[in-house]
Write a protein that binds this ligand. Sequence first.
Ligand code: NAD
Length: 368
Amino acid sequence: MSQKLFLLPGDGIGTEIMAEVEKLIAFLNKNKNTDFFYEKGLVGGSAYDEYGVAISDEDMAKALEADAVIFGAVGGPKWDNVAYDKRPEAGLLRLRKDLGLFANLRPAICYQALADASSLKRELVEGLDILIVRELTGGVYFGEPKEIIELGDNEHGKQQKRAIDTQLYESYEIDRIARVAFDMAIKRNKKLHSADKKNVMISGVLWDEVVREVAKDYQEVEFHHILADNCAMQLVRNPKQFDVIVTDNLFGDILSDAAAMLTGSLGMLPSASLGAIDKKTGKRKALYEPVHGSAPDIAGKNIANPIAMIASFAMALRYSFNMIELADEIENAISGVLDDGLRSGDIMQENCQQVSTSEMGDAIIAKL
Ligand code: NAD
C-alpha cells in the first residue's frame, strides 16, 4: 500500500530544502522498495499571495488526509505587515490545531564530525542522542484566565496592573503525552526522565502522579523523575545521561532549545509533532519540520543546509511508517557525508569542502 505524504515547502529556503526531500523520495521509490505518493500545497506567505490566507481549506483537507505532512518553513519580510490572522505563522498554527498535534519531538543528536562545533567539550557531546518530548497544546501558553487587569492607582498616583497566566493540565493530557514518550523510549534506549516542578507547582504534582501511573504500563523502561531546573543544569553538565525527557509545554520550550544547541547549528535540527491516532488508518496524525525558519537572508541562493529537512523526513519514516532501518540508513548517510568533510556554509569548518544545498542532497543520496 502506498504511503501518502503531503509536502508543504512554505517560503524562503523552504522550497529549496524541500526539493532535496523530493529527490530523496524519488530515489527511495526507485531503489529502496518504498511506494511514497505525494502532493504539494502552499503554506505561509506563498499561500497568502495565492489565496489571501496562510493555508487554504483545500490544502488543510489534504493535510488531514495524508499519512504524514512534511513542512518546510514559513515567513519573511515580504509579509511583515499582513493582518495578524493571515500572517505566515498562522498557517503552521492552524495545522497544529486542526491536526491536534499535542506531542512535539525534538531530538538532539551530535554527529561525530561536528562535535567541535558544540559550545560544550567534545567528550561531553560526542555521540549524544537524546529526545525531548514536549507537550504542545496545553499548559500555561493556553490556560485561561490569561489577562492583564487594571487595578487603579497606588498611593503615588501610579497605575497598577496584574498579569495572569494559568498553568492548567488535565490528567488525560498528561497521560497521552507520557504514553507517546514511553513508546519512544521503548524504541530507543529504554530510559525516561519526566521533568516538572512538583516542589513548587501543584500542576507538577498531578503531572508526576499521572506519569508514574503510566510508567507502570512500561516496566521495561527505566523511569526517573527530575525537577525541571535540575534537568536544565544536567543538560549542560552531562547531557549523555539522558535518553528521553518528557515535560510540559513551558519547560519543554526551554529545555528543547537548550538541548538543541548542544549539537551546534540550527540547520541540523529536525522535529516531529504527533497527534492522536486516526481511527481509520491506525496512524497518528503527524507533521515533520526542521526547527529553523525560512532564513530570508540566504533564500534563493542554493546555499541553505538541507540536513534538518532531510532528517525531519527520516523522522517521518521512523515514527509514521515504522521504517526504522531506512531511517537509520538516512541518518547514517548524513553522518557519512559529514565524515567525508562536506559542509554547507552554516557548518563550514577548516579543511572541509563547502557545498551547495543541492550538492549536499545529492551527496546524501549517493551515500544511500
Ligand atoms: P531562521 O531560523 O530563519 O534563521 C536564523 C539564522 O539561521 C539565519 O541567519 C539563517 O540564515 C540561519 N539558518 C536557518 N536555517 C538555516 C539552514 N537550513 N541553513 C543555513 N542557515 C540557516 O530564523 P529567523 O531569521 O529568526 O526568522 C526568519 C523567518 O522565519 C521569520 O519570518 C520567522 O517568523 C520565520 N520562522 C519560521 C519558523 C517555522 O516556519 N517553523 C520557525 C522560526 C522562524
